[in-house]
Design a protein around this ligand. Structure first.
Ligand code: NCD
Length: 304
């Protein structure tokens, strides 16, 4: 049995197979309509979510399976003091596979150690978010035609943004990938990623503060929200929250075929006037999240 805690839990070959499967699902959904008949997905969400939880549920329903779960800690026995380890042991009796989101780093890993069903990390604090990364990879692979030879700008809250951490882990394994890390000083990428992931693997990267200075080099601009819920005080958040706002004006500096991604939710960091630009693909990206989660559920259930 396999779990998914980080994109590194999958080899590049397994990742490629997953993306190929997701691509086939997108084009031939009818082939998969009963693939998970009689199977149940549990979604255990201790933190708010729209896309991740609902795309997981939509994915399982598209596969002919069913879903159960909770969407906040308040509505589960966590409110009575139950541990994640105990909860997952019980969920293992009710479902065949589980997606879990929790505000604490490592919570999904703790769950996986006590689980008798595959556990998928749907976001653990400011740490990792591997299924958003699968979504991002499928988007890039489908719309750019491949995952190598790219200069990727990651902009915004690189400190707390778990989607950024997972995406870097995944993309460094593809050839000729360069990163431009764009953030204010206080929201720079954590040291362990700079040292142990980027430098150790000789991945080229630069760190900048001004989005305008990076724009013309980028093949992909990955915008992120300032992660309000991870700040220790409101004042710092208020100071940081509108640090970057992508406008039509700034986009005039970008390549004609640069792609703008965002895991969503968007707050102010992309002006709504940008939504009509053909380079803005963040709503398409959300759709790819369903196909790739269908592929992941199928694959993890097959490996069981
Ligand atoms: C992201 C998350 O939860 O980390 N959202 C998502 O799952 N699409 C990004 C965010 O909340 O900013």
């Amino acid at each position: 049995m396999r779990h998914l805690m980080s994109p590194l839990d999958l080899t590049v070959e397994e990742l490629d197979n997953l993306l190929t499967l997701a691509n086939d699902i997108e084009h031939h959904p009818e082939k998969y309509a009963d693939a998970c008949k009689g199977k149940k997905l549990a979604t255990c969400f201790y933190e708010p979510s729209t896309r991740t939880r609902l795309s997981f549920e939509s994915a399982m329903l598209n596969l002919g399976g069913s879903v159960l779960g909770f969407s906040s800690a308040d509505s589960s026995s966590a409110a009575k003091g139950e541990s994640v380890s105990d909860t997952i042991r019980v969920i293992s009796c009710y479902a065949d596979i589980c997606a879990i989101r929790h505000p604490k780093e490592g919570a999904a890993l703790v769950a996986s150690l006590k689980s008798s069903i595959p556990v998928i990390n749907a976001g653990d604090g400011g740490h990792q978010h591997p299924t958003q990364t699968l979504t991002d990879l499928l988007t890039i692979y489908s719309l750019k035609g491949g995952l190598g030879n790219l200069t990727i700008g990651l902009c915004g809250d690189l400190k707390f943004g778990r989607t950024v951490h997972s995406l870097i882990h995944a993309l460094i394994r593809y050839p000729n990938v360069r990163f431009v890390l764009i953030s204010p000083e206080e929201l720079k990428i954590p040291d362990y990623i700079r040292e142990d992931v980027l430098k150790k693997n000789d991945v080229p990267f630069t760190e900048l503060e001004r989005l305008e200075d990076a724009m013309s080099d980028l093949d992909i601009l990955y915008m992120t929200r300032v992660q309000k819920e991870r700040f220790f005080n409101e004042e710092d958040y208020v100071r940081m929250k509108d640090y970057y706002i992508l406008t039509k004006d700034k986009l005039t500096l970008a390549k004609e075929d640069m792609m703008i991604l965002h895991p969503l939710p968007r707050v102010n960091e992309i002006s709504v006037e940008v939504d009509d630009d053909p380079r803005a693909v963040y709503f398409q990206q959300a759709r790819y999240g369903v196909y790739v989660r269908m592929a992941l559920i199928l694959t993890l259930l097959k490996w069981r």
